[in-house]
Design a protein around this ligand. Structure first.
Ligand SMILES: [Cu+2]
Length: 150
């Protein structure tokens, strides 16, 4: 019995060492008719170094991390083969820079709705952390940039 208790205790401690990823100010850009893809933006801060191992949304066929860069005066976008959050450093995903791309949209994204987005991170200790986000959709063209919901 004592051994069992010890085991439970150890399990609790290792749970506490998961690379915890905090999400701040997430939003998705609302789409116009026939738009195939859109971007999701947020600030991510990991307690310990963590690598994105999976990203998905029921609204999209694929979810990828993209980077935008000016090259010879042309804005270019490419999918990152790997996305790593450094320990205790906030990474900002924003229009014109790093972003999460939802491609192959199954339906339009309307301003004000909450878009389900799942991000799975793996810490150095191989533990996985799953973030189930409900990301508010915002229209960039609307002057009301206040947050919807609640
Ligand atoms: Cu993109």
């Amino acid at each position: 019995m004592k051994k069992l208790m010890l085991g439970v205790l150890i399990a609790c401690f290792s749970l506490a060492s998961i690379a915890e990823v905090a999400v701040k100010d997430p939003w998705v850009r609302a789409t116009v008719p026939h738009q195939q893809a859109t971007g999701a933006f947020m600030q991510l801060t990991a307690d310990q170094e963590a690598r994105l191992v999976k990203a998905e949304s029921p609204l999209a066929e694929a979810v990828e991390v993209h980077e935008m860069k000016m090259e010879h005066n042309v804005m270019k976008m490419r999918a990152l083969p790997e996305f790593v959050l450094p320990a205790q450093k906030t990474v900002t995903l924003q229009p014109g820079g790093l972003h999460i791309m939802l491609t192959g949209l199954r339906r339009p994204v309307t301003a004000g709705e909450l878009v389900p987005l799942t991000l799975v991170f793996e810490g150095r200790n191989r533990r996985h952390e799953t973030l189930e986000l409900k990301v508010p959709a915002r229209s960039l063209t609307s002057s009301a940039s206040g947050r919807h919901g609640n």
